[in-house]
Ligand binder design. Structure first.
Ligand SMILES: [Zn+2]
Length: 98
C-alpha cells in the first residue's frame, strides 16, 4: 500500500484515503473560443502517460478534501514529492517523498 503525504495535512496517509485526479499541470487554452477543434480535443482528452516521473493531481477525499499535485514514478509507483495546488513544482532532491 502506498503512503501519500498530503501537503495540507502534512502527514503521510494510506492511499485508500485519496483519489487520483488525472494528469497535473495541464495548460488550458487561454481563449477556448479561439482554440481549434484539434487544440480543444488535445486539451480535453490527450494525456502523456509517460513511463517514469509523472505529475498527477490527487485529492485527499477522506481527509481534508483538498486537491494537490504529486510527482509519481509510474515504473516503481514511488511518490517522489507532493505539493499544494497553485504552488510551483518543488525542487526534487534525493530522499524526498511520501
Ligand atoms: Zn489532507
Amino acid at each position: 500500500m502506498l503512503l501519500i503525504r498530503c501537503p495540507y495535512c502534512e502527514t503521510a496517509r494510506p492511499e485508500v484515503e485519496f483519489r487520483h485526479g488525472g494528469e497535473a499541470l495541464m495548460e488550458r487554452p487561454r481563449d477556448p473560443s479561439r482554440a481549434s477543434d484539434a487544440e480543444w480535443i488535445d486539451y480535453l482528452y490527450m494525456r502523456r502517460n509517460p513511463k517514469g516521473p509523472h505529475a498527477e493531481r490527487w485529492r485527499h477525499v477522506h481527509g481534508c478534501g483538498r486537491f494537490f499535485n504529486c510527482l509519481r514514478d509510474t515504473v516503481s509507483d514511488r511518490i517522489v514529492v507532493t505539493w499544494r495546488a497553485g504552488e510551483p513544482v518543488p525542487e526534487v532532491t534525493d530522499g524526498d517523498g511520501a
